[in-house]
Design a protein around this ligand. Structure first.
Ligand code: FAD
Length: 318
């Protein structure tokens, strides 16, 4: 089986969940090889990558690779594509990941498909477009197929192995060093998972009624170790910060479980959440369009329903 390169997403040496998802997907396409760019590779990272079946880890850990944003990753991948002729390259569909994919496509004269939610063994990608109203199947016809895959679209499944380490040294081009990272400021965040990475998202909309109403949404989220999301009506009203907005002009999420509370289901909101695996809706209007997407729905006042749900989950957790 041919080799499939997976670009590792990591923060300070800790491998992010999406990488396990991409390695799981890569196993359907060929033999997965992880590509690590930047300092911080160690035993913990090797174990995290081996857990999901990485046969090889290509390690490019020179300090200067982290001194410049995005471009070094594309250059390391481009050199591996030239040397190894992989059957495909998989990259997380994050803002950085899509930029890496675009640069890699130009450098390798290859086709790129972004925001895939699945890739078949025949290398056919599935995308959900136009607010999810259309499903597109497409494949790359030139060069090495490059796919960016949305976080949470594949459930990570362990297939433990001990990866071989192969060191890679790349001399960065002048173009790759034109932008330099001058500092890092950690985003302030609470104990909840990051919205686009979370396996469960609990969202609130205008039906929550005000900023204080989000306390019931947060309580449910915390009982499930979930992230909190919000509709634009809620963020525009200042009830919840804009960074938590889900939808066309907010974040795209694709969790295993999405719970929409007091959200009507406008097309722009659906665009950001309708590839969620299971959708639960709580809305007092039985005619609300969001019920069209629901796997399970409760017609009722969220202030009556959600606290009961939280309480019941709390009982079962102990
Ligand atoms: P509403 O549509 O007002 O729905 C509120 C729902 O809450 C209703 O269904 C009601 O029955 C229910 N409800 C009320 N009280 C309760 C209660 N006590 N218990 C249970 N249910 C209750 N929207 C986004 O979300 N994300 C985007 O990224 C986004 N981008 C946009 C981009 C553009 C260019 C435009 C034009 C719009 C965009 N919108 C976006 C806005 C979108 O069109 C809707 O206006 C918005 O999603 C509505 O939010 P909502 O469902 O919370 O509010």
């Amino acid at each position: 089986m041919g080799e499939v390169l997976v670009l590792v997403e990591q923060v300070d040496g800790a491998v992010k969940k999406v990488t396990g998802e991409l390695l799981t997907l890569a196993r359907d396409l060929g033999t997965p090889s992880a590509v690590w760019v930047g300092p911080g590779f160690g035993d913990a990272a090797a174990a995290a990558l081996g857990e999901f079946g990485a046969a090889t880890v290509y390690v490019a850990d020179a300090a200067d690779l982290a001194a410049h944003p995005v471009a070094p990753k594309a250059e390391v991948l481009a050199s591996l594509v030239a040397e190894k002729a992989p059957v495909a390259v998989l990259i997380a569909s994050t803002a950085d990941g899509k930029e890496v994919a675009g640069r890699l496509a130009v450098r390798t004269d290859s086709g790129v498909i972004t925001d895939a939610v699945a890739v078949s063994a025949e290398l056919v990608a599935t995308q959900s477009v136009f607010g999810g109203s259309t499903v597109v199947h497409s494949s790359v016809t030139r060069g090495t197929p490059i796919f960016t895959v949305r976080p949470n679209s594949t459930a990570p499944v362990a297939a433990a192995t001990t990866p071989a380490r192969a060191d890679v040294s790349v001399t960065l081009s002048d173009a790759a060093t034109k932008a330099t990272v001058t500092g890092h400021t950690a985003a302030t965040k609470g104990g909840r998972p990051e919205l686009t990475e979370a396996a469960i998202v609990v969202s609130g909309g205008r039906g929550v009624g005000g900023a204080e109403g989000f306390a019931v949404i947060e309580a449910l989220a915390d009982s499930l170790h979930a992230a909190v999301g919000a509709s634009r009506a809620a963020t525009d009203a200042g009830w919840y910060p804009h960074q938590y907005q889900v939808g066309q002009t907010g974040k795209t999420v694709s969790p295993q479980l999405y719970i929409a509370n007091g959200i009507s289901g406008a097309i722009q909101h659906r665009a950001g959440m309708q590839t969620s695996k299971t959708i639960i809706v709580v809305n007092k209007d039985a005619e609300a369009p969001i019920f069209e997407l629901a796997d399970y729905g409760v017609v009722g006042d969220l202030f009556a329903v959600v606290p009961q749900l939280t309480e019941e989950i709390g009982k079962r957790a102990h």
